[in-house]
Design a protein around this ligand. Structure first.
Ligand SMILES: [Cu+2]
Length: 125
């Protein structure tokens, strides 16, 4: 029967449109809900006397580089990574596991920083 076929066609079209609209909204909501790419920090400056920025964020698998720019000796000591005491140069550490990694300069206890390692897709661990 033609009318039956038409009805089925219309219902199918309605379902398809609904699916497309919902899918589209979902995608749009995901983009709208995301704060955007985090300001990935791959370099932290070691100055007198602090770390800039003190709170760095990188993706798991990325390497963070500390660059000494002050006039005094400092080091970078955290759980699983430790630089020598040095006055210039750099120190690198590759973070593979998402999490929060506090560190400090053992010569100046108030020099503290944090590395937040997020999953590569941007999700917090
Ligand atoms: Cu220091």
């Amino acid at each position: 029967m033609p009318s039956m076929t038409t009805t089925r066609y219309l219902r199918l079209t309605a379902v398809l449109v609904t699916v497309l609209v919902l899918t589209g909204c979902g995608v749009a909501a995901r983009f709208a809900g995301q704060p955007g790419p985090a300001a990935a920090t791959s370099t932290v400056r070691v100055v007198d006397n602090g770390f800039e920025p003190a709170d760095a964020e990188i993706a798991a698998g990325d390497t963070l580089t500390w660059t000494w720019q002050g006039d005094n000796d400092h080091n970078v000591v955290g759980d699983g990574f430790s630089s020598p005491v040095q006055r210039d140069g750099t120190f690198e550490h590759r973070f593979t596991t998402p999490g929060t990694y506090p560190y400090r300069c053992t010569l100046h206890g108030w020099m503290q920083g944090t590395v937040t390692v997020v999953a590569p897709d941007g999700a917090e661990a």
